[in-house]
Each structure stands twice: as C-alpha cells, then as structure tokens.
Design a protein around this ligand. Structure first.
Ligand code: CLR
Length: 378
C-alpha cells in the first residue's frame, strides 16, 4: 500500500516530498525530506565501501598474469556492490537520504594490516565541491602497491515513480608490479534506480552497464538487470572479460547476483561470494578528530537523527549551514576561493581519455582530482 512504511505523522510530508520529485532534475541532496528518511551518515563516508573486503583489494597485486589481475579487479569490484548499494537497507531498513557534506569536509580511515592483505590500507576522502556535491577519495595499500583514486557526483531525475541516478565521475585503480611496471584500470559506474518510493521504503536497483578497462587491453563489461528482466531476479549481473584485440585467449563470462554470489558460466566455478561478513573501516575516536572531519562535524545532527530528536538535529544543521554561508561570504569579501586540501582539480583525466577510447567511453573526456599525497601519516 502507498506510504505503508511512512510513520503516520509524516505521511503528508512524504506526499509533498514525492510531489516535488516529479519533474525534478538536479541536486537531490539539497532537497528537504521528512525525518524518517534521514540517515545520520554523511556522503563523505561512502567511499569506504570500496574497501570493505581489503583482502580482495590487496589480492589484485598477487595475480600472475594480465588476465588473472583483470579478473581480480573484477572480483573486487563486484564484491563491493553489496555494501555500496544495499547496506543502508540492512542497517536502517531502507535506503535513506545521507547528510549532504560541506565543502572541505574530510573523512579518514584505515583497515589494519594483517597476513592476508599484506599491509595497512588507508582511506582519504575530501568533499571537493558543495554545489553540486562532489566527493574525491584515495585508497592505498602501499605494501601491495594497489591504489584507487576517484571522485563522484550524481545527476538525478525522476521517471515512472523512481529516482534515476546517473553517477558522474570515475575511478582509476593502479597496480605497481614487481617488474617496476604499473598497470592502470579505468572504472566507470553503473546507473541507479531508486524504487519503492511509493511505499516509503526506497531501495536501489542497478541498471545498464559499467566498464573496467585495463591498460593491458583486458576489458570487463558488466551488465545489470533487476527483477523481471533476463533472470527475473533482483540485483542480477552478467560480466564479460574480453581479451585485448588480436589476442588468442577466450572471454570469461560471469553470471550471478551481486549481493550474494556468481559463477563462471563455462567452468561453473564460484567467482565472487559476499555472503560472509565484511569489515568496516576503522576511524579515530571523535574526540581526536578535527572540526572538519565528518563524524565530528555532524555529531550533533547525527545524534539527533539517531535518537529521533529532529529539533536538535535541525538546530545543529542550521549552525553548520550558517557557518558555511559565513565562510563563503568572507571568501567573497577577501576575493579568495576555498582551497582544497588533499586534491588538485584537472579538467581532463589523461587516464580516462586514453583508456576510455578503447571502449568508446561516453563522454570521451572527464575531469578528475589528483591526489596530493598528503594524507594523515600512517
Ligand atoms: C554515492 C557513491 C557510492 C555509491 C552510492 C550509493 C547510494 C547513493 C549514493 C552513491 C549517492 C546519493 C544517493 C545514494 C542513495 C540515495 C541518495 C543517490 C551513488 C540520494 C541523494 C537520496 C535519495 C533520497 C531518497 C532515499 C528519499 O559509491
């Protein structure tokens, strides 16, 4: 039934939120939504989803051939999807509206070293734009030589009762090989459809295609389908790893559901399996964080949301917003602009331009944020 999951007192507020979605394009994060759908987590925390199976990230470096490394990248990528796109449903009952990060907001974390993953894996996230929201991130396992750099933004629209989210941005994974050579992988991101809005219990389905293009020529094409398409099951995907042109190897085809497991279609062997627990990122206690770090910055707001005290949440949120307005105003007066801390903007990413050509990426060029190598000491 319509609004089934909406608390009685928020039904009319949810209805007007839904109405304002119709015909909407642009920045969803800035829209006011009823309290029941608010999450206490800032979008700057989301890049941590890339590494909640740190051993799969590290294992990319252990592949002995170009083909096995390309497969390891695909396996790691597919294994992140469950966390990226279903974890709010698991922890909070439905997809929620994350906190909209402020310009300059930071999120630092790490996954400790152990035998299986060879080294500590570190995470640096910076909100590099507020309007539109853009988040840049860097994940490194230096001992293994595996590094991920990326940024993301979203373009949203509303269609057929669902929110359609086009992910803008890309990621580049680099592996430094013992030979001294470096392999690069350009990773593009799938389109999201947010369904279940009518009932007040939104969830994500992935759609269309995403790609992982290696500098070695190996290309993964991943096709996403939901309920009622080729398998009829939600969260279905089919990935094809194709060899470089003129090579003699055969393509590998993987099929399954990204939130559970998948198989190699030809051999029947299990490819990925995410039914075991993942490992959340470790973050410094709030008392040790700076004013710019996400959990410290949003502490009052997050506490209010968690405890159902929305008045307190709104008061703290208002404080953060006023503070931001004042900062922008001061900058204008001083004729200065906000400086980024860990990243530098470039108009065209040479890796995207170069590797994107190989699979006719659309658009043909994209901007990027280059990491300045100045994260917290590890
Ligand atoms: C951010 C980048 C991550 C993957 C990811 C997962 C969930 C997405 C999020 C991204 C962007 C913001 C998002 C969110 C789901 C809902 C939320 C689209 C792509 C929007 C802004 C809020 C919708 C509000 C309804 C739930 C009411 O790697």
């Amino acid at each position: 039934r319509a609004g089934e999951a909406v608390p009685a007192a928020q039904k009319s507020s949810w209805t007007s939120f839904m109405k304002s979605l119709a015909g909407f394009t642009g920045d969803l994060s800035a829209m006011t939504a009823p309290p029941f759908i608010l999450s206490p987590t800032s979008l700057t925390e989301f890049p941590a989803y890339w590494c909640e199976r740190p051993e799969l990230f590290a294992a990319i470096a252990d592949g002995k051939t170009e083909q096995t490394r390309a497969l390891a990248v695909l396996k790691w990528f597919i294994s992140t999807l469950k966390g990226q796109y279903t974890s709010r449903n698991e922890s909070m009952g439905s997809e929620k509206k994350p906190l909209n990060p402020v310009l300059g907001e930071l999120f630092y974390g790490y996954w400790p070293a152990n035998e299986a993953r060879g080294g500590k894996t570190t995470l640096v996230v910076e909100q590099v734009s507020h309007h539109p929201p853009i988040t840049a991130y860097r994940i490194e396992n230096i001992a293994k030589g595996v590094i991920l750099t990326g940024h993301n933004a979203q373009k949203t629209s509303f269609s057929g009762g669902s929110i359609i989210v086009k992910q803008v941005g890309h990621a580049v994974l680099t592996v430094s090989l013992p030979s001294g050579q470096t392999e690069e992988y350009l990773i593009t991101l799938p389109r999201l459809r947010i369904d279940g809005l009518w009932y007040g219990s939104p969830y994500i389905e992935l759609a269309e295609m995403s790609y992982i293009q290696s500098s070695t020529g190996w290309l993964s094409t991943i096709e996403y389908k939901g309920k009622g398409y080729f398998s009829g099951k939600s969260h279905t995907f089919k990935a094809t790893l194709t060899p470089p042109p003129h090579g003699s190897s055969e393509p590998t085809v993987i099929e399954g559901t990204w939130h559970t497991n998948s198989k190699d279609v030809h051999t029947g062997a299990v490819f990925h399996d995410v039914t075991s627990p993942k490992e959340e990122v470790t973050v410094a206690p709030i008392e040790e964080q700076s004013e710019w770090e996400s959990r410290k910055l949003w502490f009052g707001v997050a506490k209010g949301i968690r405890e159902g005290d929305f008045e307190t949440a709104a008061t703290f949120k208002g404080k953060i917003e006023n503070d931001q307005r004042q900062k922008r105003c001061d900058e204008a007066t001083a004729n200065k602009t906000w400086g980024l801390k860990h990243f530098q903007y470039i108009e065209s990413d040479p890796v995207y331009e170069h590797l994107g050509k190989l699979f006719k990426a659309n658009p043909p060029t994209e901007d990027a944020y280059v990491y300045l190598n100045n994260g917290p000491p590890s």
